[in-house]
Design a protein around this ligand. Sequence first.
Ligand code: GLY
Ligand code: MN
Ligand code: MN
Length: 470
Amino acid sequence: MVSRLLISFSVCFIFFLTSLKSQDLDVNLNSNEDSFEYEQDFLSAEFHKSRRDSLRKLLPEGSAIVFFSSPERNRSNDVYYEYHQNPNFYYLTGLREPNSMVIIYKELQRFNSFETNEVLFMQSRDKNSELWNGRRLGIERAKDRLKLNAILPNKDFLTFNPRFDSLRAVFFDSPFALEDGDTTSTDNLNGLFYHFSKKNPTELKDNQRIEGILMAQLRQIKTEEELVLLRKAVTITCEAQNKLMQEVNENMTEFQTEALVEFVFKNNGAEYTGFPSIQGSGENSCILHYTSNRRPLIKGGLLVSDIGAEYHGYTADVTRTIPPTGKFTKEQKIIYELVLEAQTAGIEAAVEGASFWQPGLITTDIIAEGLKKLGIIKHKNEVRKYFMHGTSHYLGLDVHDVGTYTPLVVGNVITVEPGIYIAQGSDCDPKWWNIGVRIEDDILITTEGPENLSTCSPRTVKAIESLMEK
Ligand code: GLY
Ligand code: MN
Ligand code: MN
C-alpha cells in the first residue's frame, strides 16, 4: 500500500516537474505573445514610416542618417533611472526599447542578401533579462509591428557593412553616438558605433546642425495622429490642475500638491511627467523652474503649478497660479490680471504667418506697460527684472520641443506663458514681494486661428475662485 502510494506520489511528482518544465519561460513568453502590448492607441507603424519617408526626402543625395535609442542611465549601485526613449528615435521607429539604432539611407542600398533604404538594429529577446526587467519586443514581433524594411539583431552590426564608404555623407545624432561605454556587450550600439566611427574617421559627420534642422522641420508640424495624443496629455493635465484647485488647502505641503497632480497623471495612464512638476508657493512662486517642492503652503501666498502629463510620448505644459486659501488678495489679483491680459493678447497673436516671436513681443509690451502704471518699474525697458523668460516654445515629444523658429504654420503647437515674479527684496513697494504669477496654455495653430488646447482648466480669477470654493 505504502509503496503504491509512493509510486503514485513519485509519478505525480515527476508529472509535476515535467509540467513545470513544459511551462518554462520560453512557453510563458510565447503564451503571452499577444498580451504583450496592453494598449492600442500608440502611434501607428504607418505614421512612423511616413516620418522616415519625409526625413529621407530632406536628406541630401548619397547620404544616410543614424539615430540611437537613449542609453539606460545608472542612478546608483544597481538602480537605473526610469527609462525614456530618445524622442527622435521614437518618432522615426515607434520602438521604446534601449540598445537600438536605425540607419536611414537616402537611396536604396544593395547588401549581400537584400536591398533596403533603412535598417533597424535592435536588442534580441533574452530569457534572463526578460525575467528580471520585463518583456522585450524581439526581432520577430518587431518585423510584424514596426514595419521597417530591414530589422536585424544588434549583434549583426559587428559584421554588417553599412556601406558608408559609398556615400557622400553620413549624419548621426549626437550625443549618444559619441558615447563609449561597455563595448563588450553587443547591446551597446552607441559604443560599437563610436568605435566604428573612430576606425572610419573620414566617413562620418557629427553634423548636429543638419540633424537638428531636419528633425525640427518635421517634428514642429503635428499630424492629426500626434494631435490625438497631445490633446489627451493636455486633457489629463487640465484634470490635474482642476483637482488641485478643488482639493488644495493651506495645511498641505508642496509635495502633497505634487502628489495630487501626479496621481491624476498616472491614474489616466500617462507614463511620465513631461518634466519635473513645479509646485512653487510663496517665495518659491518666484523661482522659474522650482522643483524641490518641500515647502509647507501655510501662509504661502500664491502657488505656481506648472505641470505636464506625458502620454505615449507627447507632453502637455500648462501653468495655473492659484491662492491655496481660495481667494486672491488685492495685490495678487492685480498682478494676476495683468499677466492674464498679456497672455490673452499673446494667444490671439499666435496665428499662421506671424513671427514665432510675435506673442512674446506683445506679452512683454503689455506687462511692461502694466508694471510701469503700477509703479513697480520706472521705465518699460526694466520689464525683464520681473518677466525674465521667453513667452513661447514649441511643444510635443519634448516639453521644449524642436522647431525652426520661423513664422508660425498650421500644425505648430506652442505655449504662451507670460509671467511676473517679484522676489522678496525687489526694488518696489514690499506689498508686491513674493508674488509670482505664470499662466501657460498650449496653442495649436490652425487655419481658423489659434486653438487653445488647455481651456479645460480655468484661467480667470473668477473661474478659479469659483472652482476652489469649498
Ligand atoms: N514647464 C517649463 C516651461 O514652462 O517651459
Ligand atoms: Mn510650463
Ligand atoms: Mn512652457
